[in-house]
Design a protein around this ligand. Sequence first.
Ligand SMILES: [Fe+2]
Length: 170
Amino acid sequence: MTNIQTQAPTAPVISQTQASAEDINGTQQYMAPLVWDLQALQISTKQAHWHVRGDNFIAVHKLLDKVTDHVREFADMAAERTVALGLPVDARIETVAAKNSLPQMKDGFQNYGETIKQVVAQMDAATATARKAIEGLDDIDLSSQDIAIAIEQGLVEDRWFLAAHLAVDN
Ligand SMILES: [Fe+2]
């Protein structure tokens, strides 16, 4: 008979974050509304991509697909910053539907002018949320603020590309 004692192997333990609780909570406070708006916006831009009509159909239809891709990436950046710091993000469909700040879009087919006005109104709401995050994160976490700045820049650029279709000569 041997006298060897076996020990159950212990799983390596590592902290899931090195950020302070204050920084993590602050980041979540400003990033969550941005995630909700961006998740809602990518559904709307796809809806607009499918239902746009009119003279500029091909250009606007293709542009709206690019905007959807950008907005999906922006949502990922905002959500993953919070998760990387150690907190979950509640971006379930019911939460996004209840908490996003975007104005409602009309249902059904629309001419490209009406489509762009509605998408731009939604982008403006998401941009306002991004700017609140930029301001609020200034004293909390500069890396998270950088992400909010990049998202604001991207939304503003895509707004320009869309709104330019509705410019009129003076
Ligand atoms: Fe498509």
